[in-house]
Design a binder for this molecule. Structure first.
Ligand SMILES: *Cc1c(COP(=O)(O)O)cnc(C)c1O
Length: 396
């Protein structure tokens, strides 16, 4: 059986999105900046997409900037707010320890430009509170950037309350909503959001497209210079097929949001229940306050990479927190942020489901994971030491 359970990494491009895109590769291939009618048909598609996305997020089309994805949107949002802050003598930025690297690495860069970046701790359940944000804001704060939902452990942040505090204090509030879009209800007015990032390929759109919503009155700083596309704020000929596909995917996701969330959450519950039975395991993130499709566990005494490879050999695609692909064996910064010791954080498994997954697939995962965990443990001298009492277990 083949089970794709890595939807937080990327999703299959939906049929709806592909069909919406196809005409924009050959029939309507014009450049929207061209004055002739071929170009103007593409310009119409671009406008239509902008209006549709604005409607879904509850903002105006002028507040939508199309980007190459979530990373670019995060970079541009943060750099823009920081530039504005610097102009006003405000160089304090508040974020969290467990943001995506698109946010954390951008903040690192700003630290070198004398910005003071404060990363709030997220606690074991992986959430910050509006009170924490309120206590951290000073008269030098120019930006609060906090993700809507975490990509590894799925925990959902109190976005509307954080937004309200920021609004009261006159601080720009950006949220990386890449994992939330298409799965959770988003309304930038209701939730007091000033800037928000989306990525197409996380909700069954094509790769290489994203959105930066920016509330009217907040000037954007270009990170790509060139032509006057996107009101002069993001140069480069617009990726019309991807933008059209992304819009179709978001529309479809928004239409089925509640039913999909309910269905996927049921699969998640069954997975969590089943995996919890594995001895010396622990669920990462909050039991209830998590994305419908997110499951993340640590299993003591195993390496996440070995687990992934063996799962792959059984047709199951999943992911792990530790980034051994980069050559280093650093455990996930997210798992460290919620207090998992290094040794435990290495043995993590993230399964991220979507509405294409089935109960049969979940049962198959529940059959394979315990077997593989047991097998890997049986080969580990360290584990055998624990079983024989020579070393202590960390997870009871
Ligand atoms: C995937 C992801 C990104 C990056 O989006 P890309 O479109 O791949 O650049 C940013 N933030 C979060 C939370 C993500 O999950």
């Amino acid at each position: 059986m083949n089970v794709y359970a890595d939807n937080a990494a990327t999703t299959r491009t939906s049929r709806t999105a592909i069909n919406a895109m196809l005409p924009y590769f050959d029939e309507i291939y014009g450049n929207p900046s061209s004055l002739h009618s071929v170009g103007q048909r593409a310009a119409e598609a671009l406008l239509g997409a902008r209006e549709k996305i604005a409607e879904i997020l509850n903002c105006t089309p002028r507040e939508i900037t199309f980007t190459s994805g979530g990373s670019e949107a995060d970079n541009q949002a943060i750099i823009s707010a920081a530039r504005l802050g610097a102009e006003r003598g405000k160089k304090h930025i508040i974020s969290t320890e467990f943001e995506h690297h698109a946010v954390l690495h951008t903040l690192k860069k700003l630290e070198k430009q004398d910005f003071y970046v404060e990363l709030l701790p997220v606690g074991e359940n992986g959430t910050v509170t509006a009170e924490q944000v309120e206590a951290a804001i000073t008269d030098k704060t120019c930006l609060v950037t906090i993700m809507f939902a975490n990509n590894e452990i799925g925990s959902i942040q109190p976005i509307a309350e954080i937004g309200r505090i920021c609004r009261e204090k006159g601080v720009i509030f950006h949220t990386d909503a890449v994992q939330a879009a298409g799965h959770l209800h988003i309304d930038v007015q209701e939730q007091n959001i000033d800037m928000l990032s989306l990525s197409s390929h996380k909700f069954h759109g094509p790769k290489g497209a994203g959105v930066l919503y920016t509330r009217k009155g907040i000037p954007l700083t270009n990170i790509i210079e060139g032509g006057a596309q996107e009101r002069g704020k993001r140069a480069g000929t617009e990726n019309i097929p991807a933008i059209v596909g992304m819009t179709a995917a978001l529309e479809e996701a928004a239409e089925h949001l509640d039913e999909n969330a309910e269905y996927v959450a049921k699969l998640r519950e069954r997975l969590i229940e089943g995996l919890s039975e594995i001895p010396h395991s622990i669920l990462n993130g909050s039991r209830d306050n998590r994305l419908p499709g997110n499951v993340n566990f640590c299993f003591e005494g195993i390496e996440g990479e070995s687990l992934l490879l063996l799962l792959d050999s059984k047709g199951i695609s999943a992911s792990s927190g530790s980034a051994c692909t980069s050559g280093s064996l650093d455990p996930s910064h997210v798992l460290l942020a919620i207090g998992r010791p290094h040794e435990i954080a290495h043995g993590s498994l993230r399964l991220s489901l979507c509405e294409e997954n089935t109960p049969e697939q979940v049962e198959y995962i529940l059959q394979e994971v315990p077997r593989i965990v047991e097998y890997l443990r049986s080969m580990s001298p360290l584990w055998l030491d624990k079983v024989s009492g020579k070393r202590k277990f960390i997870l009871e």
